[in-house]
Design a protein around this ligand. Structure first.
Ligand code: MN
Length: 235
């Protein structure tokens, strides 16, 4: 039997319930694509983080709280949502080592935002106020139905994967990419111009999407393809 890649998944943090958890779709999407998802411990201990970076075959930066503006050198505005210092701290140690090792990373929602912030980009702290738009980026449930379209850029790995110039995606995010990181390239834009997917051109597979394939993979073939591309890169 061929060995399946281990995918380390950043846990979601529920401060009220004092619990770390994951949405099933993250794990099921990875399993469907042939990987083994593992929820990582949330820790600031560098030795543990470095060992995790070395042992896992790929990393899923999940959704979650807003990214701390400190990471991109801005004051936290009152409109910024709750942040998770623990996630920020762990991901700030994990990501550089993972990039050094050139292991695959998929960032979803907060994950694309963290990638951009950690790689010298900036974020809208409160998207609806800072980039008013007729398009719904914070849809109501159910989350497995599309909310807005995105234009996919030609000559990007996402275009190569999906083979379409436009797809419809779900949308459930409070922040978004403001200044794109100089280390990332946009792969898709919402109609008003918001960056909705990125990749790191000089790495094997470092992708981020602003939408939520973990909610839509049961209905949407393109969401499955994203999980497959990620897990295949981890083999
Ligand atoms: Mn959106």
């Amino acid at each position: 039997m061929k060995r399946k890649p281990w995918i380390g998944c950043m846990p979601l943090v529920d401060k009220e319930r004092e619990s770390y958890w994951l949405l099933p779709g993250y794990m099921e999407g990875i399993i469907l694509a042939g990987g083994i998802p593992i929820m990582l411990p949330l820790t600031g201990e560098k030795d543990i983080i470095i060992q995790l970076a070395e042992q896992c075959d790929g990393f899923l930066l999940t959704g979650g709280q807003d990214v701390s503006p400190q990471i991109y050198g801005e004051e936290k505005l009152s409109v910024c949502g709750e942040c998770s210092e623990e996630r920020d701290a762990m991901e700030q140690l994990l990501l550089p080592r993972v990039l050094e090792l050139d292991k695959p990373v998929l960032g979803i929602c907060r994950g694309i935002q963290f990638l951009n912030a950690a790689l010298k980009g900036t974020l809208y702290q409160d998207l609806p106020r800072e980039l008013p738009s007729p398009f719904e980026h914070h849809q109501k449930p159910p989350y497995d139905v599309p909310s807005h379209k995105v234009k996919i850029c030609e000559d990007t790995p996402l275009h190569k994967l999906i083979g379409k110039r436009e797809i419809s995606v779900n949308s459930y995010h409070h922040q978004g990419i403001k200044k794109l990181s100089p280390f990332l390239q946009a792969m898709a834009y919402a109609p008003e111009g918001l960056v909705e997917a990125v990749y790191m051109p000089d790495k094997k597979f470092v992708w981020g999407v602003q939408w939520h394939p973990e909610f839509s993979y049961q209905k949407d073939e393109d969401s499955v393809k994203i999980f497959q591309a990620f897990v295949n890169a981890c083999r």
